[in-house]
Write a protein that binds this ligand. Structure first.
Ligand SMILES: *Cc1c(COP(=O)(O)O)cnc(C)c1O
Length: 435
C-alpha cells in the first residue's frame, strides 16, 4: 500500500493548504482504509463472539430491577425471586444504616472528587476509612483503591523487582494473576493449596537467589469456598524468610470468629503481611478495595501503585457508607453469626437430600453436577421456581466440574432457605441429580 501522508503535509493542520488532486485521491483511500480497519476489528470481534457462543459459554446479563436484597425483582420474570447468587454475605447492600450514611455524605462531602488522591482527591473521610480498616484488621496502615481488582493490579509491580520472587496458588483470582503479570519478579506457581508443592517452589526461589519471596493466595477461593491453609502457609513463610499476601474478598467481615478473615479463622491473626480486600462484596457491596499491612509498605504503594496514582478517588458516599459498615461490624457479630447458621443449615439439609456438596463451612456452597448443560438447565428450572442461582462451567471452573454455586446471606431467613432447599429437591429429582 502506498503512503498517504506526504512528508511535507504531516504537520499541516489546515487541509486546504495541501489538498491537491493527488492528495485528495490519497485522502479518499485513507478514509476507505480507515473504514476497512474498522471492519477488520468488528469482524474479529464477531468471530470471537461466535466462538464464545458455540462453546456455550456466552454470558447473558439479567437485569435486577430492585435493590440487592434477599428477594429481588428480575426483568422478564413475573414474581420476585430469592437471591442466592450475590456476594451480599452480610445483607448490607441495602441496609438502612449504610444507605443513610451514604446519603448524608452526599450532603456534607458532595458527589464526586474529580481528582486522584495525591492532587486534590483526599477528603477527611478517606483518611477516616483507612484508619477504620487498619483498626479492624489490626494492621499499621491502609491504602484505598477504586476496587480490589486495582489493589491487586497495583501491588506486585510497585513492591517487587526482578531480584524478587512471587509464589502464587494456581487457582488465584484473575486480578492477582494480572497483577503478577505486570511485575518483573520471578514467578512460581504452586498446586492449589498444596503445601508440599508450595515449599518446593519457595526453595526454588531461594536457590535462584530471590531477595523478597512473596507467597500470594486467595484467603477464600470463590468458586469452591475453599479456605486457604493460611496458618500452615504463615509457618512455611516464617521458616523460609518469606512473606505472605492474602486476598480476603470472600472473607472480610464474616470468616473467622469475629469476621476478621482467614487469618483469624486459621488462628494466625495479624500474621499475614499484606491483605487486600474489597468493599464491593460483604462490606456493603458498593465499590472500592484496599491494601492493609505494614506502614512502610502502604507508604510505598501511595508513591508507586499505578491504579492509585492514575485513577480517580473513591466517591465520598461510598467511603462514608463503608465507615458505617465497619462501625456496624465492630459493634456486633450478629450478622456474621446468622450467616454462619444459615450456611451450616443449608449445607446440612442439602447434603441430607443427597446433593454432592464440597465440604466446609463457607457460605459459598458449590453443588457439584459435573455437566455444563445440566448446570445451566438446573439454574433455569430453579429460576422458574423463584430461586435465583447460577451455573458455572469451564472455563470459569475446571472441565468436568460444572456446578451451581449457591451463596448464603445473613439477609436470608429460615423460610427462604427452606423454600430454596425444597426447590432444589424437586428440580434435582426431576433432572435425575438426586433420587
Ligand atoms: C471480587 C474479587 C476481586 C475484585 O474485587 P472488586 O473490588 O470487585 O474489584 C478480587 N479478588 C477476589 C478474590 C475477588 O473475589
Amino acid at each position: 500500500m502506498t503512503r498517504f501522508l506526504l512528508a511535507k503535509a504531516v504537520d499541516v493542520v489546515n487541509l486546504q493548504h495541501f489538498v491537491g488532486a493527488q492528495q485528495l485521491l490519497q485522502l479518499r483511500s485513507f478514509t476507505t482504509s480507515l473504514a476497512a480497519a474498522q471492519d477488520a476489528l468488528v469482524l474479529k470481534a464477531r468471530q470471537q463472539l461466535e466462538e464464545i457462543r458455540s462453546a456455550g459459554t456466552f454470558k447473558v446479563e439479567r437485569q435486577i430491577t430492585t435493590p440487592q436484597e434477599a428477594s429481588v425483582g428480575v426483568l422478564d420474570v413475573a414474581q420476585p425471586v430469592l437471591n442466592f447468587c450475590a456476594n451480599n454475605y452480610l445483607g448490607l447492600s441495602n441496609h438502612p444504616v449504610v444507605v443513610a450514611a451514604a446519603r448524608k455524605a452526599l450532603d456534607t462531602h458532595g458527589y464526586g472528587l474529580s481528582s486522584v488522591r495525591f492532587i486534590c482527591g483526599t477528603q477527611d473521610l478517606h483518611k477516616q476509612l483507612e484508619a477504620r480498616i487498619s483498626a479492624f484488621h489490626g494492621t499499621e496502615d491502609t491504602i484505598l483503591y477504586p476496587s480490589c481488582f486495582d489493589a491487586n493490579a497495583g501491588l506486585f509491580e510497585a513492591l517487587l523487582g526482578p531480584e524478587d520472587a512471587v509464589i502464587s496458588d494456581e487457582l488465584n483470582h484473575a486480578s492477582i494473576i494480572d497483577g503478577i503479570r505486570l511485575c518483573k519478579a520471578k514467578r512460581y506457581r504452586y498446586k492449589h493449596m498444596d503445601l508440599i508443592d508450595l515449599e518446593h517452589k519457595i526453595m526454588e526461589a531461594e536457590d535462584a537467589g530471590a531477595k523478597v519471596k512473596l507467597i500470594a493466595t486467595d484467603g477464600v477461593f470463590s468458586m469452591d469456598g475453599d479456605i486457604a491453609p493460611i496458618g500452615d502457609i504463615v509457618a512455611l513463610a516464617h521458616h523460609h524468610d518469606a512473606q505472605v499476601f492474602s486476598d480476603e474478598c470472600h472473607a472480610t467481615g464474616f470468616v473467622g470468629a469475629t469476621g476478621r478473615g482467614t487469618d483469624e479463622a486459621c488462628n494466625v491473626p495479624g500474621q499475614v503481611d499484606i491483605i487486600n480486600s474489597t468493599l464491593g462484596k460483604a462490606l456493603g457491596g458498593g465499590t472500592g478495595g484496599y491494601t492493609t499491612g505494614k506502614a512502610d509498605v502502604v507508604a510505598l504503594l501511595r508513591q508507586r501503585a499505578r491504579p492509585y496514582l492514575f485513577s480517580n478517588s473513591l466517591a465520598p458516599s461510598a467511603v462514608a457508607a463503608s465507615i458505617a459498615v465497619f462501625d456496624l461490624l465492630s459493634s456486633s457479630s450478629a450478622l456474621r453469626d446468622k450467616l454462619q447458621e444459615n450456611a451450616d443449615y443449608f449445607r446440612r439439609q442439602m447434603a441430607a437430600a443427597g446433593f454432592s456438596i464440597r465440604p466446609g463451612r463457607h457460605p459459598i456452597v458449590p453443588i457439584m453436577l459435573g455437566d455444563a448443560a445440566l448446570a445451566n438447565k438446573m439454574a433455569s428450572a430453579m429460576l422458574q421456581r423463584g430461586v435465583y442461582v447460577v451455573g458455572f462451567s469451564y472455563p470459569v471452573v475446571p472441565k468436568g466440574t460444572a456446578r451451581i454455586r449457591v451463596q448464603l446471606s445473613a439477609a436470608h431467613e429460615r423460610e427462604h432457605l427452606d423454600k430454596a432447599i425444597a426447590a432444589f429437591k424437586d428440580v434435582g429429582k426431576q433432572l435425575g441429580v438426586i433420587e
